[in-house]
Design a protein around this ligand. Structure first.
Ligand SMILES: Cc1ncc(COP(=O)(O)O)c(C=O)c1O
Length: 458
């Protein structure tokens, strides 16, 4: 049984440490990351002894937590400009804590009525935002990769309903731009289509689908004796943060009867910003889409939605026999539409941010991060040596400094923990890549980043 007094004390200590951690992170006091090698870190955290002997107490827990937090990566830090993971807002963090204590894995309704009902309502809200209307359906998954896989399963079930029992027909094709997230093409291999079934869509030099060449792409698929299972567009693409022309692509798919999937893992949250909603114009034409909350809706990893325009499409994605779970009236059970069996209380984190900040507050968060990225692009354009290949549409910006090795510049920044950036290829050339996630990143940070890049590039 829990010792309630011990829990109260440890929980209070946790809140105290986390509050200090986020506070100093937001103020940019310590390095954004330390990146100590695991062997050294395991010693510093005394992991082997804790695992072997146990016996943690209130005091030693405090010590452990302080070191653990200090050695991690600070996503609330202004210099955190790397991967597309949210600097979580505290209402969502509270939801994680509640889940950790209650553990209602509610893919079966009886395992957590509150959690399941919250998920239903969050999904209803997301469906409405996506323009999928009353006929739509959805489910929350542990991440965008699983959400993409689930959508591809639904697409497969639509074109090849017998695939679940008979295996996958050899003539299916998946059409996606080379810039699509790797989880889309990975899904094709997982589904048994084989990578050969992937037909790369023609794209411009920035990786956006070239709509004028879609007829040629479809003709090539048909000439190869294949049937298009789905066509995927990005909103926005991972590397550049640029949006495909969703309406034009959607109209093409509708005209040719092709399942249209929009990967909105990162950029669907722009639906909440009046100034950016236009980027998703045409989303209502999609048969399926995904939307990650742990990117721009400020929840911890992971919480993603897969949404379909016709609810039944999701129910057809899986056909499972398991007499201990699948029987009788399953009206409120989500388990029939997920890869996962047990599932965390994912809806609660999204709900808590919505309940606390409002749809408006979350929309303002998206708009502000997109504006900061745009500001970085403006500032970089004014500096000699910096080149940005495009005007950003989201909170992702790519750039180069000078003509030297860009990956080397990133390594130097990482090594001393001044900035955490990523890098990617744009039109075949490696670029530095900034993703503005933290509300603490301001103009001063951006100027400082430009100074530091020029300095370390020497
Ligand atoms: C466009 C896009 N789709 C899918 C994913 C995969 O999401 P997750 O990391 O939640 O699996 C990402 C992750 O960066 C992404 O950018």
């Amino acid at each position: 049984m829990w010792n309630i007094e011990q829990f109260n004390q440890a929980a209070a200590a946790t809140v105290e440490h986390l509050a200090a951690y986020v506070d100093e992170s937001q103020r940019g006091v310590p390095p954004v990351l330390r990146n100590r090698p695991p062997k050294e870190l395991a010693v510093r955290l005394d992991l082997a002894r804790w695992i072997r002997d146990g016996g943690m107490t209130q005091d030693t827990y405090r010590e452990f937590l302080a070191t653990y937090l200090d050695e991690g990566t600070r996503l609330h830090h202004p210099a955190y400009l790397a991967h597309q993971t949210a600097a979580p807002d505290f209402p969502a963090a509270l939801a994680d804590f509640v889940h950790g204590a209650t553990n209602n894995p509610m893919a079966i309704y009886e395992m957590g009525a509150s959690a399941a009902t919250v998920e239903f309502e969050v999904l209803r809200w997301m469906l409405e935002k996506a323009g999928f209307g009353l006929g739509g359906g959805g489910v929350l998954t542990h991440g965008g990769s699983l959400a993409n896989l689930t959508a591809m399963l639904a697409a497969r079930a639509a074109i090849a309903p017998d695939a679940w029992t008979e295996g996958v027909p050899a003539d299916l094709a998946l059409l996606a731009p080379p810039s699509a997230h790797y989880s889309v093409t990975r899904a094709a291999a997982i589904l048994g289509l084989g990578e050969r079934a992937i037909f790369p869509l023609p794209a411009d030099s920035l990786g956006r689908i070239d709509v004028t060449r879609l007829p040629d792409a479809l003709a090539a698929v048909r000439q190869a004796g294949r049937r298009p299972m789905a066509l995927v567009a990005s909103a926005c693409s991972t590397g550049t943060g640029l949006y495909d022309d969703l309406r034009a692509v959607g109209e093409f798919c509708a005209e040719h009867g092709i399942w249209y999937h929009v990967d909105g893992a990162h950029g669907a949250s722009a639906l909440l910003s009046e100034d950016h909603r236009h980027l998703l114009d045409g989303l209502d034409l999609a048969d399926s889409m995904i939307w990650d909350a742990h990117k721009m809706l400020r929840t911890s990893s992971l919480a993603a939605a897969v949404l379909v325009r016709r609810e039944a499409d999701l129910d057809h994605a899986f056909q499972q026999d398991a007499s201990y779970i699948f029987y009788g009236d399953q009206g409120f059970d989500l388990i029939g539409r997920t890869v996962e069996c047990s599932k965390a209380e994912l809806g609660l984190k999204i709900f808590m941010n919505l309940a606390w900040r409002g749809e408006r507050g979350l929309g303002d968060h998206v708009a502000a991060r997109y504006a900061t990225a745009h500001r970085f692009w403006e500032l970089a354009a004014q500096r000699p040596g910096f080149t940005c290949p495009y005007e950003p549409e989201s909170n992702i910006v790519c750039f180069t400094y000078g003509t030297g090795d860009q990956a080397e510049i990133r390594q130097r920044l990482l090594a001393d923990g001044t900035f955490h950036l990523t890098s990617t290829e744009v039109d075949g050339t490696r670029h530095l890549r900034v993703t503005v996630m933290a509300p603490a990143t301001d103009d001063k940070t951006l100027e400082n980043l430009l100074d530091t890049v020029a300095e370390v590039a020497g």
